[in-house]
Design a binder for this molecule. Structure first.
Ligand SMILES: NC(=O)c1ccc[n+]([C@@H]2O[C@H](COP(=O)([O-])OP(=O)(O)OC[C@H]3O[C@@H](n4cnc5c(N)ncnc54)[C@H](OP(=O)(O)O)[C@@H]3O)[C@@H](O)[C@H]2O)c1
Length: 153
């Protein structure tokens, strides 16, 4: 198979995916080309009251789970690979403890309603933001090259 002239199709595409930005359409396109979706910022880094969201908290109460655990379970049941992060050991344990319950079809539909289809971080259509991002990547690349040069001295 060939995608946009490329022979090798990415196996995984890591994109911001969380209850407020669910990437439903993007996932459909990825599925079409056999690319697996992976969520970065699955908690949206807690933005927009993610951990206290009423829908997520109320669903969690039914199973004795936190909003964070509901989010992870929702992603797992969608088949989304997860890259979440915590610096706290108790939260890491909590985040692994999501394999002993299952969200109902109704729960999944309730969470579906939280989607704004918009990034919690930045607008990918804003030219200023795209220019900023491009500069940031170039700067990082230059810094990396500089460090490599330094190592060879
Ligand atoms: N954000 C980006 O721009 C980006 C881009 C590409 C890749 N990634 C990768 O994606 C991974 C996760 O992304 P992320 O760190 O940006 O966001 P995230 O996983 O959505 O959120 C991390 C935040 O959630 C908190 N948290 C984790 N578990 C929790 C829980 N059970 N209860 C309450 N709070 C909890 C963490 O706090 P504590 O640490 O204080 O527990 C941290 O502030 C990282 O490995 C990152 O490298 C991120």
């Amino acid at each position: 198979m060939c995608l946009f002239g490329r022979e090798v199709i990415p196996a995984v595409n890591q994109v911001e995916t969380n209850p407020m930005n669910q990437q439903i359409k993007a996932e459909e396109v990825m599925n079409k080309y056999g690319v697996h979706i992976e969520a970065w910022a699955p908690f949206g880094e807690g933005k927009n009251g993610m951990f206290t969201n009423e829908t997520l908290v109320n669903i969690g109460k039914k199973y004795g789970k936190s909003a964070a655990q509901v989010i992870l379970r929702w992603l797992i049941q969608r088949g989304v690979i997860i890259a979440c992060k915590s610096t706290h050991i108790e939260r890491m344990k909590e985040n692994f403890d999501v394999f002993d319950f299952e969200l109902s079809k109704e729960d999944m539909e309730e969470i579906r309603k939280l989607d704004s289809s918009d990034s919690l971080f930045f607008n990918h259509q804003d030219p200023d933001m795209v220019e900023w991002f491009d500069k940031m990547v170039k700067q990082r690349r230059e810094n990396t090259d500089y460090r490599k040069e330094k190592k060879n001295w």
